[in-house]
Design a binder for this molecule. Structure first.
Ligand SMILES: [Zn+2]
Length: 148
């Protein structure tokens, strides 16, 4: 029973009433009880929707992180333990080697030797082999045949 319904009962309890007035008072009490029930159900619905919204927000955050991570990994091709950045304008890869651990560009050190990164990573191939490695991951060039 709501505070208003209790207040109404207390207020009207001290007033002498006739049958018609008592009937109207009971009608009003029934309406107040129905409104209390509806309000209580509305609060439960709001609570459920808030929890559902919180779960959906967390799920959305997770999916946004996955999309961002995928966007980063989609920029590179991993081959022979190194990363190669895709060059979408040429449908190939940039002539550079990236570290698979920190995605920084790696340089051959000393010149001509394996590529290395500041984090301590070393490539399994040296600078002279880079052109061949890039050919391994590049799509074959389209060859036109003449049909006679
Ligand atoms: Zn690194």
């Amino acid at each position: 029973m709501s505070d208003i319904s209790t207040l109404l009962s207390d207020l009207l309890g001290s007033i002498p009433t006739n049958a018609v007035l008592r009937e109207r008072i009971e009608f009003i009490k029934d309406q107040l009880a129905a409104e209390d029930k509806a309000r209580s159900e509305a609060f439960k619905t709001i609570e459920r929707l808030l929890q559902e919204n919180d779960q959906l927000r967390k799920r959305c955050d997770e999916l946004e992180k996955q999309v961002a991570a995928h966007a980063v990994t989609d920029q590179y091709t991993e081959h022979r333990g190194a990363l190669f950045k895709k060059d979408r304008s040429k449908i190939g890869h940039h002539i550079a080697v990236y570290c698979p651990k920190c995605k920084s560009s790696a340089a051959p050190f000393p010149p001509g030797e394996a590529f290395s990164c500041e984090c301590g990573w070393f490539s399994a191939f040296n600078e002279a082999e880079l052109e061949g490695v890039l050919k391994e991951i590049s799509p074959p060039k389209v060859k036109f045949k003449r049909f006679v």
